[in-house]
Design a protein around this ligand. Sequence first.
Ligand code: C5P
Length: 226
Amino acid sequence: MIITIDGPAGAGKSSTARAVAERQSFRYLDTGALYRAVALAFVEAEVTPTDEKAEALLSDCTIDLQFDDAGTLRVLLNDAEVTDAIRTSEVGDMASQVAALPAVREALLPVQRQIATRWSQSTGGVVADGRDTGTVVFPQADLKFFMDASLEERARRRHEEYQSDPNEEAPPLEAVRDEIRRRDAHDRERALAPLRRPDDAVSIDTTSMTFEEQVEAIEALIERAK
Ligand code: C5P
């Protein structure tokens, strides 16, 4: 079973997808982590997306997601673990820029499908989240969701996440709001695989929903689809 959850930053996709996957004994496929890993390669090499070195940098990148023995998702860039290093706002911003490059989307498409095939064979199901998982990556998914929330609420949640990270100083709420607004506009307006609600997706507005309500809403539909 393939389940997709798309939506803008801070809508609650990743925490919900992770919880749903865990409760269903499925695997959680964080497609944003793949874009972030590519972005980290650009940040580390100090290459901008328009740089002529971008293509060579991309073709030298190997990206993979693996679960360790404890069941924790590990993100690998050129065989080095970058699970925590990709979670900065700088990398998030760069991810949104590299995600607009056709060569990046083209390179990550088979990676996402191969991971989903590998994992769904071993567990019976994958919950993928991102911006185009229901429209482009898995158009034949069994169930599709589109999660959204007000900008204010999404900024508040993202800010809370930054505050709970002991390794990074949390940016002010206004800066987080601006970052989210900028990234959303970029994701919605790009020519290739823009963020949009798949026609056959179930919409969930999480602005006033608790986390438990979000998970239950999705699980109820999975049970019905089984
Ligand atoms: O979900 P997350 O915030 O980690 O994603 C980082 C960026 O990666 C997004 O802003 C978006 O530009 C890009 N992305 C994408 N398609 C996906 C997942 C993420 O373009 N399926």
